[in-house]
Write a protein of this length. Sequence first.
Length: 163
Amino acid sequence: MRRTVRFFALLRASALALCTAIVGGNAQAEQALTVSDAWARATVEGQTGSGVFLHLMSPQDAQLVGASSLAAQQVEIHEMRTVGGMMTMRRIERLALPAGKTVALDHDYHIMLIGLTRQLQPGQSLTLTLQWLDAAGARHETNVVAPVRALNTPTASSANRRD
């Protein structure tokens, strides 16, 4: 009898903890970063770098501040722009994610994989962890699984470019 009472007390406590986690999880989900259209560009044998392209949306002002992946020794947020008629690419420390706006990392901004640990082949996927700060400055991580697409796959914005 005592075992049955203990079992049901433990079961009830577990159910209560689970419900609390679910309710708490919903509050956190309201602040979550939404990732869509993620993909990585395939590489040729011996190539040491590639890019990951995706769209991000946060329901509150946030900042993308970093990324990591086991597929690369180093992962950076990059910006491409034309300066004096020449295309340049540079690492940036953070990228603003205005509340409710989709931010495209598909050309001018992208995630750069440096020091690849393996060749990226179409049909494979890689896992990327995004680090971001919410409006209160709290640090969060979001895991993304990005399929690898062919080397000649255009990004959304480059397909629409005429320059």
